[in-house]
Design a protein around this ligand. Structure first.
Ligand code: 5FX
Length: 534
């Protein structure tokens, strides 16, 4: 699709996700006029990533090369140019990135950012700009020691959650920075700015360091989510001089400035194209799905997440509270699962001929409840609950070594959704007659998977046309950022956007099947975690 050649405004959303860099452009009526992507493994094989990342030998450390992200940006902009995308209509641009990952800018990098020559691609110009070449990302779980000392420094896990919205989590940026401070002191010393993936990406467009927004900043264990300022106690517990290296925080809908002249000269963006603060992928998804209070979002991507809109948060030691990206008075609650689409793909490959069609057939081969068979599929160390390995139980709660392929497929999908419902209810979420489940992410295009979601939750499932709600949400946020100065709310701005559409309703009678299974699954989950802890 090519943007229309009239003078109507266009808003751009970009998404630096785990496996791809994506872009979506919408017109003034918020209709999608262009979409594109660069896939790291396929399009940038020289970086040798698998699913966009490097898993290190300890199986705990997970990083991505920061220059790969920069080169992906060069690539996608060149692609758009060669397809005739007219950059001169772009009035505002915003973006998103995988949450928690961090980027370490070398001393002198901002000077380079401010003086980019449009004759060269960014990955040439920024080659020596990073003190740490491999950025730690959200899949990393190597920082347990740093987590414990951060919690101890502020009075324990609940005290840390009371300040930052979450107890210490390995992937959160505070403990990742603490690890780098300890293990790579010279590189830390050489760092003049630490960005999140989202604010790093914003900096590339801005041509100077972009502030971290409140919503993505909530995923660091460093920010006071009520005061929206860095918590000095948390900063002190992680590294010296950290406040200065992190810079100021900013509201998620703030206009940070105009696009760098590099993009004006090289691609033809208008010089007054506004850069609206970038945010994390889950907050951006909340915007893209038009989530309202009472809804629950289920995102089925590289990570699975569930999230809710909340007004008065009570942080606990399970799940996270983030500042809301579209309403500065509100919050969002989130739970993240590491075993998402990669585990679904693994089971698809093991149990079918690696086809989603076959996977769907296998899923439908057994009735709701899977004859009482339940499974836990944690190929990598899970976050909630903290456990690893594959654990299968028959209808008598006896552990079994394997299931027939179609039972395995249903056990995986039912298990993933039973877990999500149990954990959402533990966060205080109540399923009411008006509840809507908003599904997004790659697997949300599979109607059979969404039918199981509707059945397990006993609520209707809706989707939007665009599976990448995070990227779309940023195109919406770009327009909102521009209009927010005139007092328009996000919900006013997105009135014109398409409403989510109904995909699946719970089948009659399933409630009676899943109610006892939810109880059993919860008890078995405790057993699995207990085994792991011993
Ligand atoms: C959320 O807390 C997560 O860690 C993941 O969903 C990442 O944001 C994936 F990009």
């Amino acid at each position: 699709m090519i943007a229309e050649c009239d003078s109507s405004p266009v808003y751009l959303g970009v998404d630096f996700s785990t496996q791809q860099l994506k872009v979506i452009a919408v017109d003034d009526a918020l209709q999608v006029v262009y979409q594109d992507c660069v896939t790291f493994d396929k399009d940038l094989p020289e970086y040798g990533t698998k699913c966009g990342v490097h898993i290190h030998d300890d199986n705990l450390t997970v990083t991505s090369p920061v220059l790969m992200w920069v080169k992906a940006l060069d690539m996608i902009l060149e692609k758009m140019k060669s397809k005739g995308f007219d950059f001169s209509h772009v009035k505002a641009l915003s973006g998103t990135g995988q949450q928690h990952g961090s980027v370490y800018w070398q001393k002198g990098a901002e000077h380079l950012l401010k003086n980019l020559s449009s004759d060269f691609p960014l990955h040439h110009l920024l080659k020596y700009c990073f003190a740490i070449k491999d950025s730690p990302i959200w899949m990393d779980s190597s920082t347990s020691v740093e987590c414990r000392s951060l919690e101890e420094a502020v009075g324990g896990p609940q005290s840390l959650a009371d300040i930052t919205g979450s107890r210490a989590y390995e992937r959160f940026t505070g403990s990742q920075i603490a690890k780098i401070y300890k293990k790579c002191p010279d590189e830390y010393q050489q760092t003049e700015r630490i960005s999140l993936v989202s604010s790093f990406a914003a900096s590339l467009f801005l041509g100077s360091y972009a502030a971290i927004d409140y919503s993505d900043g909530s995923g660091m264990n460093l920010m006071n989510i009520y005061e929206k300022t860095w918590s000095q106690a948390c900063l002190n517990a992680c590294a010296t001089d950290l406040g200065r290296k992190l810079g100021e925080l900013t509201p998620s809908s703030a206009v940070l400035g105009c696009i760098s002249s590099y993009y004006v000269q090289r691609y033809g963006f208008p010089s007054d194209c506004r850069i609206v603060a970038f945010t994390g992928d889950n907050p951006a998804s909340l915007a893209g799905m038009r989530l309202k209070e009472g809804d629950i979002a289920v995102s089925l991507g590289t990570s699975d997440t569930i999230f809710l809109w909340i007004q008065d948060p009570t942080p606990t030691v399970e799940g996270h509270i983030f500042c809301n990206p579209v309403d500065s008075q509100a919050y969002m609650a989130l739970i993240c699962y590491k075993n998402g689409s990669l585990t679904r793909e693994r089971i698809r490959n093991d149990c079918t001929s690696a086809s989603w069609e076959e996977f769907s057939k296998a899923l439908k081969a057994n009735d709701a409840g899977n004859l009482g068979n339940l499974g836990f599929y944690f190929d990598v160390m899970e976050i909630t609950p903290p456990a690893v390995g594959v654990h299968r139980f028959n209808g008598q709660n006896v552990k079994v070594p394997e299931f027939p392929p179609d039972v395995e497929v249903r056990a995986l999908i039912e298990g993933q959704f039973l877990a999500k419902r149990i954990h959402a209810e533990k966060l205080g979420y109540k399923i009411l007659p008006e509840t809507r489940i908003l599904a997004t992410g790659g697997a949300s295009s599979n109607k059979d998977i969404l039918q199981v979601l509707a059945d397990v939750f006993g609520a209707p499932v809706y989707t939007i046309d665009i599976a990448n709600s995070a990227c779309l949400g940023c195109a919406y946020r770009a327009k909102h950022g521009l209009l927010a100065v005139t007092g328009s709310s996000f919900s006013d701005v997105i009135k014109q956007a398409k409403e989510p559409k109904l995909i699946a309703r719970p089948a009659p009678g399933v409630e009676q099947i899943y109610r006892p299974l939810l109880k059993r699954y919860e008890q078995l989950e405790e057993k699995v975690v207990g085994e792991f802890v011993q």
